[in-house]
Design a protein around this ligand. Sequence first.
Ligand code: ZID
Length: 226
Amino acid sequence: GKRAFIAGIADDNGYGWAIAKSLAAAGAEILVGTWVPALNIFETSLRRGKFDQSRVLPDGSLMEIKKVYPLDAVFDTPDDVPEDVKANKRYAGSSNWTVQEAAECVRQDFGSIDILVHSLANGPEARTLSETVLQELYSVLPDGRSSDIFSHFLPIMNPGGASISLTYIASERIIPGYGGGMSSAKAALESDTRVLAFEAGRKQNIRVNTISAGPLGSRAAKAIGF
Ligand code: ZID
């Protein structure tokens, strides 16, 4: 079977969860990358069965998540993490959550993956962090980090594998309300996708695509009033 790593699941309402379910239904093994501050509640909810109803697959079985990795895609390597984030209570309890370290942990645990899913958006949780951290977050939106995620996970991807991310038509057309860096982050994501598809396709026979998604009442969508 195939092994998939899905970055960007912290509840059962978003695209990441739905994609994970489709992959699980098709027989893939599911690994998940969850935003560090949301990790505790996500794992607790999973363990307590809060998501059991939405874990049901078409054959009646429940989707198994093989392992949940803490991840903060804003930070490429440990050197990129500012002191106030390191000291933040919600981060100090977890380790190895930069993109580079998460990819290395997956490699140590499982060797390789076949499918990489980038389903990151800017969570409303960001608003509860300090102003300084907030500024850092807005200057490097997770959407804009797709090439970092890709460059660290590509080396552990098997030839013939595939990567997808989620984009939005606001990259090309004016969608009122979809501003503040979000439309340009999607434009960057689409541009990165084209370049990465060319490079990774030639070097490693890996497909790179982004899907322009329709509206879904996820946490991120509600946070921006969509
Ligand atoms: P979600 O909140 O379920 O998923 C985003 C995840 O990213 C959450 O689990 C966060 O915790 C996590 N996250 C945030 N920051 C970080 C970080 N630094 N490190 C690690 N994880 C982090 O929301 P979702 O499922 O809506 O978002 C998934 C992807 O779909 C995002 O790239 C969206 O931009 C994209 N997308 C969503 C929608 C939508 O409607 N939900 C649309 C298009 C694209 C869209 O906005 N008409 C109007 C609007 C839209 C489409 C049509």
